[in-house]
Design a protein around this ligand. Structure first.
Ligand SMILES: [Zn+2]
Length: 443
């Protein structure tokens, strides 16, 4: 099993980050043009899917792979499809590998609890369900300048022209692009990337433009470290004792109402089904998507605030495993919370990159159970969700602040970062605990 290595950007190192200028709707000046694009998209999507399947099953992803499926597309388009499929398969494979690693951690955690006799009566042994190969549903074309060229328009009506190679060889279709004022402002003085993304949604075609920005990490190498613990009661808790954002209160209330609504809808469907009604109300939940978006906004706000209030610091934050998330989300709707919890570390990484701040992920095993004074790791140190109370030395603190302190210290803790799994980390913490006892004259 490949080990996930700790990524540590260096101070002063330039980092290239891509900023997207969100979605510009393509104008339907001439329906024929967009129909040409539709025809191209169907063929493209089918071809891309073939390579995605190939790269997720029989072959490893290779963006330079020689074309091997017949298609009406030009060779240039064919290469674009292979490249995009390779990217999709690559991230599918790495997500799957991470999930599998998490499952193994989860399993180890389960047996550990079983041995300690602290397993809930309702707890089941974790199982692994093999992932399905991704199915491309929405048309999303990541095109490069070989197939789509963005050209400034001389005409004052439009800002740019998109020259798109079509299914007919040597024939290009020209689609006008018109910016809104805020697009123009956002792109002012920027060099737009030659790679563009074209999306077909229910309401038409959309173009996404992006530009790169080089951000240098400004953080001094000896900048004070702020540890960040991630959770539900508090989205972020810092080792400096601050809390940012929460899932409790308004968000939780909204989620409860949402679930209630879904349950009623489901009941209605079942009832209509029995009566033989053919057209059933849809089960897809728009409000669920709205809620998820709202949660993300709240998370983004919390992360922004946390960075703004620690301008001179560098950050250490958790590498969250599914096991850790479940522990944090226990007795709640694990899936929903887990998916949102996973958004928090990503947002921390993005914010850090954007601001040129150093942020490092550290191993999080036992960070919420370890005593930050005597290192004793035990579930019993957590009498409830909010409280940390060490059963050996009696140290008491807010549970999240204790965890954030542990995370802060794990940055630069070479010995701990070198541990292969949870078991090794626990053994190390117990050794440190013994050393602490000796030093402080404990029996
Ligand atoms: Zn202690």
């Amino acid at each position: 099993m490949k080990q996930r290595r700790q990524k540590r950007p260096k101070p002063g190192a330039p980092q290239r980050i891509t900023k997207s200028v969100t979605h510009i709707r393509l104008i339907e000046v001439n329906p024929g043009k967009l129909a040409t694009l539709d025809a191209l998209a169907s063929v493209y999507l089918a071809l891309c899917q073939q390579y995605v399947t190939l790269f997720c099953t029989d072959e490893s992803p290779d963006k330079f792979r020689a074309p091997c499926f017949p298609t009406m597309l030009s060779e240039r388009w064919h290469r674009v499809a292979i490249q995009q499929a390779s990217g999709i398969a690559q991230s599918w494979r790495s997500n799957r590998a991470n999930a599998y690693q998490d499952y193994l951690d989860d399993l180890a955690n389960y047996y550990e609890q079983q041995k300690e006799g602290v397993l809930d009566a309702s707890a089941k042994e974790p199982t692994w369900k093999e992932w399905d190969v991704p199915t491309l549903q929405q048309v999303c074309i990541q095109a490069n300048a070989n197939v789509v060229v963005l050209e400034p328009s001389q005409d004052s009506c439009f800002d740019y022209w998109l020259k798109i190679s079509t299914l007919e060889h040597y024939k290009r279709t020209l689609v006008p692009v018109k910016f809104a004022d805020y697009h123009r402002q956002a792109l002012e003085g920027k060099a737009i990337n030659t790679s563009v993304t074209l999306n077909r949604r229910n309401d038409g075609w959309w173009l996404t433009l992006s530009y790169d920005e080089v951000v240098t990490i400004q953080t001094e190498p000896d900048a004070p470290i702020v540890g960040v613990d991630v959770g539900i009661a508090n989205f972020l808790t810092t080792s400096t004792g601050q809390h940012y954002g929460t899932f409790n209160g308004k968000l939780r209330e909204r989620q409860r109402r949402d679930r209630e609504k879904r349950r009623r809808k489901h009941k209605l469907r079942k009832c209509l089904e029995k009566k033989g009604v053919e057209k059933l109300p849809s089960t897809s939940s728009k409000s669920g998507q709205r809620l998820a978006r709202h949660v993300r906004q709240e998370i983004n706000r919390a992360v922004n605030q946390c960075f703004a209030e620690h301008p001179e610091a560098q950050f250490a934050y958790e590498r969250l495993s599914v096991a850790a998330m479940k522990f944090k989300a226990r007795a709640m709707n694990a899936y929903l919370y887990a998916s949102n919890l996973a958004h928090i570390p990503r947002q921390i990484a993005w914010n850090a990159a954007k601001r040129g701040v150093l942020a490092t992920r550290v191993k999080s095993a036992y960070s919420s159970q370890e005593c930050s004074v005597c290192h004793y790791p035990d579930r019993a140190n957590r009498p409830d969700q909010q409280t940390f109370c060490c059963v050996v030395c009696g140290y008491q603190a807010h549970a999240d602040i204790n965890a954030a302190t542990n995370i802060e210290r794990r940055l630069g803790d070479v010995e701990l970062q070198a541990c292969e799994d949870r078991k090794e980390i626990k053994a190390l913490l117990l050794r440190r605990h013994e050393a602490w006892k000796k030093l402080n004259g404990w029996p």
